[in-house]
Design a protein around this ligand. Structure first.
Ligand SMILES: Cc1cc2nc3c(=O)[nH]c(=O)nc-3n(C[C@H](O)[C@H](O)[C@H](O)COP(=O)(O)O)c2cc1C
Length: 192
C-alpha cells in the first residue's frame, strides 16, 4: 500500500458531504441564497450548528448585518440550481428569480427560508471564530421543520424519498444509498 501526502485542498478528504442552501437577509428586501457544504451540527443541547463562510460572499455581509440565516435542505433533483447559487454572487444578481425558488419569512427569525426545500433550520449567530479568509459562525438552532413525507423520528431523513445531495468537488455531486447498512458489534478488548 502506498499512502500519498495530500499537500493542498486537504478539505477534499472530508468530502463528499451534504450541501445545503443558506438563505440570509430579510424576507421583503435584501434576500440572498448560496450553496454551503461546510455546515455541521456542533451541539444537541442546546441545539447549535456551525457554518464556515468565506468573507467575500454577499451572504457574509447579510449575516453580519442581521445575525440570522436559514439552512435549507434541498433535493438532489435541484443540483443544477444548487450549483448555480453556489457559483454566482447575489450582490448584483437576483439568484432566486433565476432558479425560481419561492421564499417565506422564517417562523422564529426574520431571515427567509425556501418553501421548495424538504426542510429548513432557522439560526441566530451566537459566536464567530475568525479563520482568516473565512469565518466560522456558531449559531443557535431556534426552529426547524421538515416535510412530513421525507422524515421519520427514528432515522431522520427517509433516504428512499429524501434525495440528500452530497457535494464531491466542483460540479460533481453524488447521493447517499437509499438502504441502510447496520453496524455489527465488535467484542471489547480491555486495556492491560
Ligand atoms: C457545492 C458548493 C458548496 C459550497 N460551500 C460553501 C461553504 O460551505 N461556505 C462558503 O463560504 N461558500 C461555499 N460555496 C461557495 C458559495 O456558495 C459561493 O461563493 C456563492 O457564489 C456565494 O454567493 P453570494 O456572494 O451570493 O453570497 C459553495 C459552493 C458550492 C457550489
Amino acid at each position: 500500500m502506498v499512502r500519498i501526502e495530500v499537500k493542498k485542498d486537504q478539505y477534499k478528504l472530508l468530502h463528499p458531504r451534504p450541501v445545503y442552501v443558506i438563505a440570509a437577509g430579510r424576507f421583503d428586501k435584501e434576500v440572498n441564497v448560496m450553496a454551503a457544504s461546510w455546515v455541521s451540527p456542533v451541539s444537541d443541547e442546546p441545539p447549535k450548528l456551525a457554518l464556515a463562510m468565506w468573507k467575500g460572499n454577499y451572504t457574509y455581509n447579510l449575516i453580519e448585518k442581521y445575525g440570522e440565516f436559514t439552512v435549507n435542505i434541498m433535493s438532489s433533483n435541484d443540483i443544477d440550481k444548487i450549483f448555480y447559487v453556489g457559483s454566482v454572487s447575489g450582490r448584483n444578481i437576483d439568484k432566486l428569480a433565476s432558479v425560481k425558488w419561492s421564499i417565506a419569512k422564517g417562523k422564529k427569525v426574520n431571515a427567509p427560508y425556501i418553501t421548495e426545500s424538504m426542510g429548513h433550520i432557522e439560526c441566530t449567530v451566537t459566536n464567530k471564530v475568525d479563520c482568516n479568509e473565512e469565518v466560522l459562525y456558531i449559531a443557535d438552532i431556534v426552529y426547524a421543520e421538515v416535510e412530513e413525507k421525507y422524515y421519520n423520528v427514528r432515522y431522520g431523513w427517509d433516504l428512499r424519498v429524501a434525495l440528500i445531495p452530497l457535494h464531491v468537488v466542483g460540479k460533481a455531486f453524488t447521493k447517499p444509498e437509499s438502504k441502510f447498512v447496520f453496524a455489527k458489534s465488535i467484542s471489547l478488548t480491555r486495556k492491560k
